[in-house]
Design a protein around this ligand. Structure first.
Ligand SMILES: [Zn+2]
Length: 344
């Protein structure tokens, strides 16, 4: 393909994708919310009102806490383990329709515990949906259990222990999300050590709402192997160099950053800063239902907004395979699929 020719959307869509940063709760689309209301025999007036408010909001949040409230509304709607199962099944269909071949989906296990729901039954329900997707849709899925920074270290430790219990059954990593200011990295050093001892991979949201120091701490204090967002690292060449040297990938979610007001417009996302610094960048949707994002749209919009070459688009697909928590042979097979589709 000639590199200076504008990329056709269908070429970008044809490439097999890997999604590494998508939250189950943030993926619940309005129609699934209505479906869940109906399943419980409810009128769902509060759901309709909330959906209308979200539409008026136009996927923009005035503050991080405003977004947290929206996330909480959806999470509270997932009352029973089978609700989580339905949400997971819908997410799998949505990902498969976008040619996603492998996904690491984040379950806010910390929020499940906060709601005092049985995490074992919730995980069984979502795991069943992902195994079914693997058999029927050819989409392979692993899970990341996420704790909430502002709930503190003891809460995070509970999440780690649960994740460890399911390490051989599809939970590949422990992660940390939430408010970086109210839950700084130093609180979680021991928790991450315990996660590693249990054989879990470690990730962390960092440098989203806080500065570069939060990313550095996630790497140096927590030993995070991948950083969710890491947006603030673009402001620090030294930190970008550290990420490059240690081959710590960033899970970039540009539409999410725009929705949260962290970046004015999609084209202001510092994608080229990271690429020029040699950082292993991946593209992801984060909370597709709350941000109006999808992995396919992230790729299409990135190709357009940043004038990416075909090689750069293919490279972004391959980066996600390299950053995935998968055995080498599965990565090879995914890379072969991308190369085959790229050569057509
Ligand atoms: Zn996230």
């Amino acid at each position: 393909m000639i590199s200076n020719e504008p990329l056709a959307d269908e070429s970008v869509c044809r490439l097999p994708k890997v999604e590494l940063h998508v939250h189950l709760e943030g993926s619940v689309q309005p129609e699934t919310m209505r479906e869940l209301s109906r399943m419980r025999g409810r009128v769902g007036r509060d759901v309709d009102k909330w959906i209308r408010q979200q539409q008026q909001r136009g996927y923009h949040y005035a503050s991080f806490m405003e977004f947290v409230e929206a996330f909480k509304f959806v999470a509270v709607l997932l009352e029973r383990p089978q609700d989580y199962g339905v949400a997971a099944a819908r997410l799998m269909e949505w990902l498969a329709a976008q040619n996603v071949k492998y996904a690491e989906v984040t379950l806010s296990a910390g929020v499940v515990l906060w709601k005092r729901q049985p995490l074992d039954a919730v995980y069984e329900a979502v795991r069943e949906a992902s195994l079914e997707a693997e058999a029927r849709l050819g989409l392979r899925v692993n899970w990341i259990f996420d704790a909430v920074r502002q709930f503190g270290a003891e809460h995070a430790r509970q999440v780690v222990r649960w994740a460890g219990r399911y390490n051989s059954q599809g939970v590949v990593a422990f992660g940390l999300g939430g408010d970086e200011e109210r839950g700084p990295a130093e609180l979680f050093r021991d928790v991450y050590r315990e996660a590693r001892d249990l054989g879990l991979h470690c990730v962390a949201h960092a440098g989203e709402t806080a500065g570069p120091e939060s990313v550095r701490q996630a790497v140096e204090l927590l030993g995070a192997e991948r950083i969710g967002h890491g947006l603030a690292a673009a402001r620090s060449p030294k930190l970008s160099a550290l990420l490059r040297d240690r081959q710590i990938p960033l899970e970039a979610c540009p539409t999410s950053n725009v929705a949260m007001g962290l970046v004015p417009r999609f084209e202001d996302y510092p994608l080229h800063v990271f690429l020029e610094a040699g950082v292993l960048l991946t593209l992801n949707s984060d909370d597709p239902a709350l941000f109006g994002s999808s992995i396919e749209r992230e790729f299409l919009q990135a190709a357009r907004s940043f004038g990416l070459s075909w090689q750069q688009v293919v490279q972004l697909c391959e980066n996600a395979v390299r950053a995935a928590f998968l055995p080498a042979e599965e990565k090879q097979s995914l890379l072969a699929g991308i190369r085959e589709a790229a050569a057509i």
